[in-house]
Ligand binder design. Sequence first.
Ligand code: AMP
Ligand code: ZN
Length: 458
Amino acid sequence: MELKLYNTLSRQKEVFKPINGDKVRIYSCGPTVYYYAHIGNLRAYLFMDNLRRVLKYNGYELLHAMNITDVGHLVSDADEGEDKMAVAAKRENKNPYEIAEFYTNKFMIDLDKLNINKPEVICKATDHIKEMEEYVKQIIKNGYAYETEDTIYFDTSKLDKYGVLSNIKIDEQKAGARVDFDNHKKNVTDFALWIKAPENHIMKWDTFWGKCYPGWHIECSAMGRKYLGEHFDIHTGGIDHIPIHHENEIAQSKGCTGQIPANFWMHCEFLLIDGGKMSKSLNNVYTIADLEEKGFSAMDYRMFNYTSHYRNKLNFTWDSLESAKVALNRLKEGYKKHYDGKENVEDSVINEYEQKFNEAINDDLNMPLAMSVVWDVVKNNIKSPKFAELLRKFDQVLGLKLDEKDRIELPEDVKKLVDERKIARENKDWAKSDEIRDKLVQMGYSVKDTKSGMEITK
Ligand code: AMP
Ligand code: ZN
């Protein structure tokens, strides 16, 4: 079946074909590790995970790289403010490397809790200063950069076109957004590749141009080339990366290698909170720990994300998270009902569901539509292990761990009692059923009779 993905570059869905055989090379812009990732950030990585899972489900092998931005960048998008790592170092009285290590670890724990499969390569910017320097040298050699007193700038006027991704007109572009402002820039869209560090700058390296630090965009170009080559399949990020970060990555690659580095550019829309932006002043920048404090799990949040397509905005409210939690439990109960079922279903029924599910995920990762197929399977009145098997297959894409729920291995004597109680209930022998239940309770097991059967927990 054809897999179609929306490509921001062409502004349409395109049939996906890897450049080299069945191996897909992907680059994802990773986190800036100066603070905890919020649930908006994590939406971008849930999207990344779904993309990985859908590609794997389609039989592709993956080589996927994600960077960790541990070199500071400016706090504000409007060229002002301090370096993010410097701010964090001051706030926590640590050095920037300690800050980066702490928040990288926290980020990795969040990914695990969300059951996000990690990219094959996770690379830190600070480990690749040399590669970045080489990249900048090549851009200069090719005539796409110029040096001022304190910065090496990319010269966007040398490109055939700047702004291919967002289709922006150069005069509409805000001068120097998210890069150091410098009156010596030749064009408003020019951006810093390499910056000569002032005396008191916290992170700097000895390079060809003296003590310097890299501009924001160069790390992704240099690490992408190192791990995936000059031309790979897919580049991902949040929607806010389109107008500046990804435009500049494309510009740099054109200046260095002469080509746009990826065929497909995919972007995840923003998570809103109560219909608006997340902001510290509104005290609504939530982390996974905040959700846990209120009794939710990261997996409830994963489930919540399937209520919207990745290219649509998603509005977070506590009520909608509660609904997702309830839905996830129902889904697991439904799975268990089929798992314990004894009935048979025709293969044609299974195939039809599978076809619909595949069509949904292969239509630009339409997870809400795929979930509607999942619910149809769960709600099917026939209780069949074949449906359970199908749901386990779907779960390779969903990553909801449907078969994990408290599936405790019962000791033999308990199993025997459970089977005896099942028979008693089938024979409507309620007295015996109650007697066995009491016995199980005494042995430390709690027994619940649900619509889909008996639930035993320790
Ligand atoms: P950062 O750590 O700031 O570099 O951001 C990490 C990722 O989160 C990037 O891909 C951003 O585009 C993405 N992102 C930031 N805020 C949100 C949000 N509210 N919703 C979805 N993605 C976001
Ligand atoms: Zn990037």
